[in-house]
Design a protein. Structure first.
Length: 335
C-alpha cells in the first residue's frame, strides 16, 4: 500500500507515541486500486445517442452519477450545455438538485431528446459539483440526436405506431371520439385489438396523444414583479391531457440550467397557472429564461414539449422625492 500525503501535518500533529498514525491523507493507493477520501464524481455512460421526429420525443435514457470517493459530493447544478441544449429534456432525477451525494452512493438522471426542427443535434448533460474538492468542477455526458421526419414516434409509450405509417401516433382522433378523455384504466389496455368489439372512434380517442398549444407568458417581467408574484403561464390543452410538467431553465453563455420543475394536474382545457413558490421567486434573477411545458395523460406518460422564452429585466428606480430645480423653477414655455 502506498500512502500519499499532499499537505503538511497540522501543528502538534507529529506525536511520537509508538503508534503509526496517518494524517492529512487524501488518497490510499493499493496494489489494484486507488481509494479517494475526497468526493470523486463519475458520470456513465460517456455518451448517449437519440433519434426522434421533430415535434415529438424519444424514449428517455438514464445517466448514472456516482460518488467514488468517501466524503460527500456536493451538487450545485444539473443542466444542459451546447448549441442544441434546448432540444434535450431532463425528465426525472434521483440526484439532489442542490445537495450532497454520500460517499459510495449513486443516483440517476433521465434524459430524452425532443427536437423542434429537422437535423443533427448535439449538446451535453453537465453536472456541477465539488469533485476532488474543487468547487465548480463539471462532469459531462455527450448527447447527440437525429431529428428526422421518418423516425417513428413513440406514441406516448402506449405501443407501436398504428397502420397509418411512421407518423401514425400523431394521427388525429376520429370525430366524436378524440374529444373525450380516455376512460380510467385505459392506458393499461393493449395498443390495438384487431376485430375487437369497441367502436373505432373509442379506440382512436384512447390513442390520441396528449397535446399542448398556445403556450404564452409575458415576454418581459421586472425583477421586482418576479420576486413578488413569480410568473404566469397560459396554454390550451388537448382532450387527452390530464397533467402538465412545467420546467424553467435559466439561459446563460454556458448553457441552460433548470431552476424549477413541477407537475400540475390540469383543471380545464384553457389552462392558466401562476408559478410563485418561494424558491422559484428567489431564483428569478435578471436574465433570460425558457419555460418547457410537457403534456401527458399521467406524469409517467408525457408527450411533446412546447417552449416559450421570457426575460427578467431590472426594476425601474422610483423617484420618491424630487428636489427643487437649481436656479429656481420655470414653467415650460415661459419667457
Amino acid at each position: 500500500m502506498t500512502v500519499t500525503q499532499t499537505v503538511a501535518n497540522a501543528p502538534g500533529a507529529g506525536i511520537a507515541d509508538g503508534t503509526d498514525t496517518v494524517r492529512n491523507v487524501e488518497k490510499l493507493r493499493f496494489s489494484d486500486q486507488t481509494l479517494s477520501l475526497l468526493p470523486l464524481a463519475k458520470l456513465a455512460p460517456a455518451a448517449l445517442t437519440f433519434a426522434s421526429a421533430p415535434g415529438s420525443h424519444s424514449p428517455a435514457q438514464t445517466v448514472t452519477l456516482s460518488n467514488q470517493g468517501v466524503d460527500p459530493l456536493t451538487i450545485t447544478a444539473i443542466g444542459f450545455t451546447g448549441a442544441d441544449a434546448g432540444d434535450f429534456d431532463q425528465m426525472g432525477s434521483t440526484c439532489p438538485a442542490s445537495g450532497a451525494l454520500a460517499g459510495g452512493a449513486s443516483c440517476a438522471i433521465d434524459v430524452r431528446f425532443a427536437p423542434g426542427t429537422v437535423g443533427s443535434k448535439s449538446a451535453a448533460l453537465q453536472v456541477t459539483d465539488n469533485s476532488d474538492n474543487a468547487p465548480g468542477s463539471t462532469q459531462t455526458v455527450v448527447l447527440s440526436g437525429i431529428a428526422d421526419v421518418t423516425t417513428p414516434s413513440p406514441g406516448g409509450g402506449s405501443g407501436p405506431p398504428t397502420s397509418g405509417g411512421a407518423t401514425g401516433g400523431n394521427q388525429p382522433a376520429a370525430p366524436g371520439g378524440g374529444g373525450q378523455p380516455a376512460a380510467p384504466g385505459g392506458d393499461g389496455q393493449p395498443a390495438e385489438r384487431v376485430g375487437g368489439a369497441q367502436p373505432a372512434a373509442n379506440r382512436a380517442g384512447r390513442h390520441a396523444r396528449p397535446s399542448l398549444t398556445r403556450l404564452a407568458t409575458s415576454p418581459r417581467i421586472t425583477r421586482r414583479t418576479a420576486a413578488r408574484r413569480g410568473i404566469r403561464l397560459s396554454m390550451r390543452l388537448g382532450a387527452s391531457t390530464n397533467v402538465v410538467r412545467l420546467s424553467i431553465y435559466h439561459v446563460t453563455a454556458r448553457g441552460q440550467r433548470r431552476i424549477s420543475s413541477t407537475v400540475r394536474v390540469t383543471a380545464s382545457r384553457r389552462y392558466g397557472v401562476a408559478l410563485r413558490d418561494g424558491a422559484l421567486r428567489r431564483a428569478l434573477k435578471v436574465g433570460r429564461y425558457v419555460v418547457r411545458a410537457t403534456p401527458g395523460r399521467i406524469a409517467e406518460d408525457l408527450g411533446p414539449t412546447s417552449r416559450v422564452a421570457f426575460r427578467v429585466v431590472p426594476s425601474p428606480r422610483s423617484n420618491v422625492h424630487r428636489g427643487p430645480v437649481p436656479g429656481g423653477a420655470q414653467r415650460a414655455g415661459a419667457s
